[in-house]
Design a protein around this ligand. Structure first.
Ligand code: G16
Ligand code: MG
Length: 217
């Protein structure tokens, strides 16, 4: 059986949320807004534009379009300075194990990320050539929870959406997978990701028997 396995990037393959946090926090501070870890959690899977809109709303701030664009650019510069220092050691536990097993089973693999920096990050951690398709923030017009990103991935893999399996750490991403009629696998906390078909804390909990079950279903 040929399925399509689609991986979110931030929070599934690497933990870049910590870098987003540092960059957003610096930005928020520069315009006099407090920004907490809890708020950063709510930006997971959310696009860059939407993230800044949320931060401004939390701080009750309105700014000009020029200022908005300037803030977006400097946030990304800061974020990229952290990305520049990444290496393969930042790949989350047992992600390579799962990717390699899928390869031995001839299962096509795609990335499905909201990030416009996805390719750079995959390059830094040496995973770029592991993917048969890459769909990221540059390819979509509608952000998660819209299913567009995963539907494009299914198309590129030449697999029906109902034969796709999505690994996601964000609520919006799980909803996007469900709306696309795909199997959703939440990576994170059960109480947060309860809409997913399955939830695991991380890939160390996913064994080959479970993957075989997904391939055969
Ligand atoms: C993600 C992160 C979000 C981030 C978004 C856009 O995607 O979870 O926190 O705001 O990408 O990223 P960038 O600013 O790099 O374009 P995902 O879908 O990989 O979890
Ligand atoms: Mg994510």
């Amino acid at each position: 059986n040929k399925k399509g396995f689609i991986f979110d990037l931030d929070g599934v393959i690497v933990d870049t949320a910590k870098y987003h946090f540092l960059a957003w926090q610096k930005l928020a501070k520069s315009i006099g807004i407090d920004f907490s870890h809890e708020q950063n959690e709510q930006l997971k899977g959310v696009s860059r534009v939407k993230s800044l809109e949320k931060i401004l709303a939390w701080g009750n701030k309105t700014i000009s379009e020029d200022k908005f664009n300037a803030l977006m650019a400097s946030k990304n510069d800061d974020y990229l300075s952290f990305i520049a220092k990444m290496n393969h050691e930042e790949i989350l536990p047992d992600v390579p194990k799962v990717l390699n097993y899928l390869k031995t089973q001839n299962q096509p693999i795609s990335l499905g990320s909201a990030s416009k920096n996805a390719r750079q990050i995959l390059e830094k951690v040496d995973l770029l050539n592991q993917f048969d398709a890459i769909v990221d923030g540059n390819d979509v017009s509608k952000a998660k929870p819209d299913p567009e990103v995963f539907l494009i991935a299914a198309k590129l893999l030449n697999v029906n959406p109902k034969d796709c399996i999505v690994f996601e750490d964000s609520v919006a991403g799980v909803q996007a997978a469900n709306t696309a009629n795909m199997i959703s696998i939440g990576i994170g906390e059960e109480n947060v990701l309860h809409e997913a078909d399955y939830v695991f804390s991380n890939f160390t909990e996913i064994d080959t028997a479970f993957i075989d079950k997904l391939i055969k279903r």
